[in-house]
Design a protein around this ligand. Structure first.
Ligand SMILES: Cc1ncc(COP(=O)(O)O)c(C=O)c1O
Length: 384
């Protein structure tokens, strides 16, 4: 965390980091600098350090400072999407011949990036159950440069012990990358637990209102931060000024939203556990979840994502999704409004036939911050 915010609480940092009053007008919120280029006072004479908005833009800088502070890192970088951030990271970290360990449960698009795109450039990958540090160790090769983890994972809410897997990765000279999208930095701070890079789809809890697509990388190492910033500019998939502004606005309420998401999700997971038509519930807040103790150790609360399996197989699960009314049927997650989806046919269609294939009878919920009784009533009617 930057020195000026290191002694402050998360809630305070979320509102103030990067949010200095505009020097020209005193505006308390950073303006949207919707601009591509900057007047120079003579060749090379930059007034505020800005020359071209792919390289840097003041609204994006405000967000990037905020991101670094929220994750307790030294450098934050904002991208056009979560996958753009991942792509930049992979090209900065890896070269042909390198190997990566990826989780056996992850966002389908992340898997597609490894399996269909990065692999074409000569990067090898293997899948491991990252909830088991011994399985990660077994998957390492002398060429492993990175271990990739999602915790909680998408869509099965698996939990990885970040500190334990960081040790395993570091012993082998590999870096640990943690996708912190499901938890958000309010619930979990991977850098403090030993991770080298934090990845976000800011589209989700960071933005929080289903109105922006964005991604982020945060690191604690200045040299790695410089390397990533070089690639960010060289590759160019940066977050635009308005999108940066929207995320900066979203994170101000991240703490209160995540508390409410977590409370609502806990109530819903408990209801589902005792529902006759539900055969399995995945929520790390449940004492029965195999990762519950580790989640309780490394997370402040258990987040807003819940998945469950429905009696009757794939068609029954699809029917539950179709019958929901207050839960909107749609992809994505992390907004204030509740969403429901069928991972097998929607977000995770790209993992069909792979080691990451998801159960056909799985339903995934992104539990919003509406009144929980309304959400419970809708789910009960959808389950029939
Ligand atoms: C855990 C996780 N990581 C990364 C991504 C990719 O982010 P984006 O859709 O912003 O590119 C997603 C998208 O759903 C996700 O759920």
């Amino acid at each position: 965390m930057s020195d000026s915010h290191s002694s402050q609480s998360f809630e305070t940092v979320a509102i103030h980091a990067g949010n200095t009053a505009d020097p020209l007008t005193g505006a308390v919120v950073p303006p949207i600098y919707q601009v591509s280029t900057y007047k120079q006072d003579g060749v090379g004479g930059l007034r505020g350090g800005y020359e071209y908005s792919r390289s840097a833009n003041p609204t994006r800088t405000a967000l990037e400072e905020n991101l670094a502070a929220l994750e307790g890192g030294r450098r934050g970088l904002a991208f056009a999407s979560g996958l753009a951030a991942e792509d930049c990271l992979l090209r900065a970290l890896l070269a042909p011949g390198d190997h990566v360990v990826i989780p056996d449960d992850a966002y389908g698009g992340t898997f597609r990036l490894f399996a269909k795109v990065v692999s074409r450039w000569g990067v090898d990958w293997s899948v491991a159950n990252t909830s088991d540090p011994a399985a990660v160790r077994a998957a390492l090769t002398p060429k492993t440069k990175a271990v990739w983890v999602e915790t909680p994972s998408n869509p099965l809410l698996g939990i990885t012990d970040i500190a334990a897997v960081a040790r395993v990765a570091h012993e082998a000279g590999a870096r640990l990358v943690v996708d912190n999208t499901f938890a958000s930095p309010y619930l979990q701070q991977p850098l403090a637990l030993g991770a080298d890079v934090v990845v976000h789809s800011m589209t989700k809890y960071m933005g929080g209102h289903s109105d922006v697509v964005g991604g982020a990388l945060v690191v604690d190492d200045d040299a790695l931060g410089e390397e990533l910033a070089y690639h960010q500019n060289a590759m160019g998939a940066v977050a635009g000024p308005f999108d940066s502004w929207l995320v900066l606005r979203g994170v101000k309420t991240l703490a209160v939203r995540m508390d409410r998401h977590s409370e609502n999700a806990t109530r819903i997971a408990e209801m589902l556990t005792s529902h006759a038509r539900v055969t399995n519930v995945f929520y790390p807040g449940l004492a029965s979840h195999p990762g519950h103790e580790i989640a309780a150790k490394q997370m402040k609360a258990f987040g807003g994502m819940v998945s469950f399996q429905v009696e009757g197989g794939e068609e029954a699960a699809v029917e539950v999704c179709n019958r929901a009314r207050l839960f909107t049927l749609g992809e994505s997650l992390g907004g204030v409004e509740s969403l429901i989806e069928h991972p097998g046919r929607m977000t995770h269609a790209s993992v069909a036939g792979s080691a990451l294939e998801v159960p056909a009878d799985l339903v995934r919920l992104s539990v919003g911050i509406e009144a929980v009784d309304d959400l419970l009533a809708d789910l009960k009617q959808a389950l029939g």
